[in-house]
Design a protein around this ligand. Sequence first.
Ligand SMILES: NC(=O)c1ccc[n+]([C@@H]2O[C@H](COP(=O)([O-])OP(=O)(O)OC[C@H]3O[C@@H](n4cnc5c(N)ncnc54)[C@H](O)[C@@H]3O)[C@@H](O)[C@H]2O)c1
Ligand SMILES: [Fe+2]
Length: 387
Amino acid sequence: MITAFQLANMIFTGVDALGKVPESIKMQGLKKPLIVTDKGVVKVGLVKKVTDVLESEGIAYAVYDETVPNPNERNAEDSFSLYQKEGCDCLIGLGGGSSMDAAKACGILATSGAPIESYRGMGLLKAPLPFYIAIPTTAGTGSESTCAAIITNTRDDHPWKMVILDGRLLPNVAVIDPMLMVGLPPAITASTGMDAMTHAVEAYLSIGAMEYTNALALGAIELIFQYLGRAVGNGNDMEAREKMAYAQTMAGIAFSNAGLGLVHSMAHPLSAFYHFAHGFANAVCLPTVLDYNKVVCREKMAKIARLSGMTELGNNPEDAGVEAIQRLNDLVGIPRTITQVATMMGTTVDTKDIEPMSKDALNEVSTVTTPRVPNLQDVVGLYNRCW
Ligand SMILES: NC(=O)c1ccc[n+]([C@@H]2O[C@H](COP(=O)([O-])OP(=O)(O)OC[C@H]3O[C@@H](n4cnc5c(N)ncnc54)[C@H](O)[C@@H]3O)[C@@H](O)[C@H]2O)c1
Ligand SMILES: [Fe+2]
């Protein structure tokens, strides 16, 4: 069987990799990037770091900083309006997955045209994006090296997350600079780190997994078990920040090629209905969904347990894999239930939403590659167990 394996054209990685941005633009003969970012990233001074680097090389730029967490169609449209108004010719996505995905959506409108909704699904873009440089500032989504953009549809009868998949969404350049992640607060470090863990685990268990993706997924799982606790405990631990930065990109490449699973399918409705941060939505569902999956992937679950450092796996080694993930969640302060996540995020949840959320989860593209095929009652049951 022929399978494809894709990643960003160029990945600059390491402390101060940010310095590679100007030459990446100049080499293409481009003149003016639109930086797509959010207010939080501006506030911690990271946009200034990028604009300083651009100014030092005489490169003009414009900034769109209105991206919201779990970005929506308005972010795509408004950033594209600014892109046109400012006469930009390339894009920089700077921030977490929200900003990097908003930049991808802006690029889709620039070269494929509106409406953004029409590209939900696989391979529906009409043309490549404008030249796109992705610069992650969280160690989580891996969007800097994935073929995905996740945009919330707020115009249907209820909000839902549209997954746009297309090889042309892979950035031309990814800049993985751990210095940009040093200031991430512990809770965001924890939740985005568990998003990366979910990518790695779901890619490994996916029915689309292959040798290349397994190598990257297993490498990422091991690094995250080793270093996420340290990065959460001490944000200035540069070794931990560096390893997490690489792990999230490895996990992103793995899932972009292997697909994801039911954890992401259940997490997206939680973010669409209740604005849960993506990482918390995944992390709170992960142990329960793994417990459901384990009967069809016993050996892989045992391998996950071993990568966590467990040596005594007992008679049911697959249970040890679930336990290893739950222990990491506990270590980094992820709440054990959806209700507790809601309280932490200052929002409320309602069990009447479980049925529509379960239907949306079943329709998610990630459900296609999940290792144990669920029906509606299974998903309802899993939400109830997590609630
Ligand atoms: N395209 C993909 O492949 C892919 C994969 C997974 C998730 N996603 C999407 O990514 C989004 C989530 O992204 P995320 O988890 O990175 O969070 P995010 O981008 O929403 O950012 C979370 C918060 O962290 C702040 N922040 C970012 N970097 C910071 C830093 N260095 N210091 C201090 N604060 C900082 C931001 O301002 C924001 O308030 C979701 O919409 C999700 O669906 C996309
Ligand atoms: Fe994710």
